[in-house]
Design a protein around this ligand. Sequence first.
Ligand SMILES: Cc1ncc(COP(=O)(O)O)c(C=O)c1O
Length: 402
Amino acid sequence: MSFSKLANSIGASVTLKLNSEAARMRAAGDPVIHLGGGEPKSLAPGAAIAAGISMLKTGEIRYTPAAGTPAMRDAIIAYTEKFYGRKVERTNVMASAGAKQAIMVALLALVDPGDEVVFPVPYWVSYPDMTRLAGGVPVPVPAADSSFQPTLDEMTAAITSRTRVVLLNSPNNPSGKVFDGDWLRGLVRYCEERDINVMMDDIYHRLDFDGRKAVHCYDCTDRSVDDAKLVVLNGVSKQYAMTGFRIGWAVGPQDLIKAMANIQSHQSGGPCSLSQAAAVAAIEGAQGSVGELRKVLERARDELMNLLGEIPGLKADTPEGTFYCFADFRAFDTDSTRLAARLLEKVQVVTVPGIEFGMEGFLRLSYCGPLEDVREGARRIKWLLDENGGPELRAGEKVFTR
Ligand SMILES: Cc1ncc(COP(=O)(O)O)c(C=O)c1O
């Protein structure tokens, strides 16, 4: 068969491909350690499960409005007021099948062919392909000093008359960085003055560490939600460990939300009604699980940083949020795809090559899995990279050959 130019220009999401590969290797009996994933392993909040079950029992599992049920939109309104201090109306919010769909639909609503979408490097793997799917041109902006946040001057230098959207993600996947407040204020103001839309991907919201309170885009503008050219994307996947429910949302000016809901109405319709009921319960119920998850992640981050610190030549900034560490392996191999393949083949550790996020020589290591896997993964990486032999493998373990 022959395919459209669009289909031919898009590859599968690398992280999803790695998940399948890890599952295939595990099924074949390989002792795989998966440091490539992007989902917390804790269970969804009990209230969310109960709400899903009780709705399922009614048998009334129907289509919902394209923008989500009234209860779902009210929950998003309550969330926005509680966590961002902004009062919004139902017309300002829309639920989607994950933040992924909310981001995609926002791009479809904003971007014309040839419009530029500017985002900092390193970026989430999907941004370039999502931009292309919307007909736009991705403009990744690297930091000259290889830090994980280009300067304001570097960002603004990339903005042209074709720039339609600046797309940000903080806390950031893959770097674990929380963007600096003054930087964000400056960037939002710069975009406001030039009528450029800011899309804030906030899917790691509330997963910032060490008591830090990330400055949010809404802190950076005096305009009302309807007047600000700002759309915030969020969801239940990460903070509530509800990845499989596929519920995300967008908050923004009502004309944009209307355009997005129109697009979504033809694309997929409203998100799964059961999942919306579960998401409402998660948002409106006790919030203790979010704090617990944050604590678990902080602990895993600390362990990982200590273990990586024992590998001479490896450099890693301490993540300020999320559950990823973007570690600098340039002392060992500047080709991240080759290094990730070597780690998978030789010691069965799944990592994600930095080049997929726009930075060569780095690997993204996830620490959202069991602590034991984080420790074992770091131990195997050390063993493989350690020219002097490294620690002995434990009895009964598969013997890897360097
Ligand atoms: C930066 C970023 N944005 C969006 C998403 C998508 O989240 P969701 O599961 O809500 O579609 C992810 C998932 O990994 C992500 O890392």
